[in-house]
Design a protein around this ligand. Sequence first.
Ligand code: FAD
Length: 303
Amino acid sequence: MDWKDALLDIVKDSGLRLRFREPLAKHTYFGIGGEATAYIEASTTTELAAVARFHRQWNVPVAIIGRGSNLLVSDTGFNGIGVRLVGELAKLEVDGNVVSVGAGLSLPRLSKAMSRRGLSGVEFALGIPGSVGGALIMNAGAWGSSFGDVVTEVTVMNDTGELVNLTHAEADFEYRHSGLDTYFCVTGATLKLEPGDADTITARMQAFYKQKVETQPFAEENAGCMFKNPPGDSAGRLIDISGLKGYRIGGAEVSTVHGNFILNIDNATASDVLNLVAHIQQQVREKTGTSLQTEVKRLGFDD
Ligand SMILES: Cc1cc2nc3c(=O)[nH]c(=O)nc-3n(C[C@H](O)[C@H](O)[C@H](O)COP(=O)(O)OP(=O)(O)OC[C@H]3O[C@@H](n4cnc5c(N)ncnc54)[C@H](O)[C@@H]3O)c2cc1C
């Protein structure tokens, strides 16, 4: 039997929502990329476990898609199952200063909800349009804070469908990286936040957001910072002094506002973006001696 027919069988008896030939461009902030062979929304750990076991049994690739804000999908799409976490997997529970979050929850929503409750620690996250799961995988951060800083425990699912709790140390948080991408899926985390004055926390969150909007592009489609900052330096600065702001290949252009952002300004393809990435890396290496490493994750490419 073909795996797609087998998947239909699994879905029949579950609450899973399934679509075939789903355009992934609409699930990414870049607005780029071909179709996923199948796309599923899972709302409980039981549903997600069924997908995990299916992946293991049929050896079909699965990609968890958070908000797609750090993702470049190939022009030929993804020959596998894209999974989005919704419902119970996007929950938010608060007990004093201990917060339990589902991986599907949006980071800006978390940031706003915590400031309203007078809990400090995620003010930096209002301008990061990802999910909690994506923020855990990437150890997303800004203004000197990273998401991992407030995490005490992470829950992951392995490909047998079993849930495993990891300590902060076991999550292996580093700069824009964690050790969590070795598991089938991150399902949620426990955060410990600092109680404080709601108005002060809200004002700090809004000040961070204002500063971000003023210094980074928001109108055009993009995937945030394309490159990691090299130790002690800024990728944006290196791209700027290499004279690359405004440089364009096909429909992809280096932002004139912030050099570390590549914009989809005119129906860019994934190839346009990757050609521009390669050009930037080569020029920056030639002019500054620094090798830039990409921060944005790729889906559906051979490498
Ligand atoms: C305008 C803009 C501004 C940004 N600003 C910042 C910033 O200031 N700081 C910063 O750090 N980032 C920033 N980003 C990048 C991005 O928002 C973060 O990296 C974010 O954490 C990604 O979350 P996501 O849910 O969108 O992940 P996605 O892009 O959907 O996925 C990223 C990777 O994580 C994996 N993944 C996602 N969820 C799960 C899960 N539950 N389990 C397992 N794997 C999972 C995906 O498979 C993929 O490999 C910005 C992006 C944009 C578009």
